[in-house]
Design a protein around this ligand. Sequence first.
Ligand code: SAH
Length: 318
Amino acid sequence: MNKEEITEALLLEDFSLMYEEADHIRLVNKGDDVFIRAIIEFSNVCARKCFYCGINAANNKVNRYRMSYREITETAEAGIKAGYRTVVLQSGEVRDEDPEWLGQIIKKIKKHDGVAVTLSVGEQDHDVLKYYRDCGADRYLLKHETADPELYGKLHPDGTLEERIRCLRDIKALGYETGSGFMTGLPGQTTESIADDILLLKELECDMAGIGPFIPHPDTPLAGTSHGDPEITRRAVALARIILPEANLPVTTALGVLDPNERRKAFSCGANVIMKKITPDIYKKDYCIYPAVFGRTEIEKDRIELEKLIEETDRRPI
Ligand code: SAH
């Protein structure tokens, strides 16, 4: 599909045939498995001032934390014990930190057979990315956020789309399974630019892509703007499935998949992955990239509940 066709599809009055197509492509290429990934938000310390993000460096209302080596590895081990095979380590972006600290954590988690480590720690220099890869990190998530260079520039006072893409290409070249993605409904975003977002995923040969609605945070420059449309978000996921048949596409947390009425819809638009927070309760509330209410974390019980939800949609939790 080209840009015009994707734009037209996003605006269709009736998208149901596209959803069917996306769901079929998902079944043929990925089967009925739904991969559940555990995510540990190990630090909200951040040097960047991204306009949409609640933990951006300019927000001085945030209670900053960084979990210790022990807290992170013990949380990861509790997740592995509960059945998770992938641990996602996510944080704000800091570049001057000692990479060996995170390197040791990656190595420790990788001692568990068959467990994959995914990093989501922002833009890093090639040497640092290579070092983490050498420590055993398997995958890297770095969303391009928006493929519109002008909008990107407005929302990111300390970065350019070009730098973001360069970093994504480094990640890919280092042999990481590479994940990009974007937000829908950003103030100033057009439908055409969402088509560009989907085409950029293809151009970058993404192995994974996270697509979620923008949700305004009250303590950011975008306070008071409106949130992204869940329907457009699901359409973008479906089109990403059609264009990248083999990619792993998560149902993003921001899509509110766990609202019982949305569940079936969320998994029938082409998605095959879901992430579950296992961040300890004392920290979880401070990793507030957008306003949301999260219940208490009970790693084993949460996993069992999520497996049940997935089985109820006739899919197989992994
Ligand atoms: N520092 C890391 C992790 C960022 S948080 C990095 O730069 O990659 C992970 C993702 O949350 C971001 O990539 C962004 O797409 C999303 N996000 C941040 N603020 C958001 C908001 N207000 N609404 C919806 N998604 C948001």
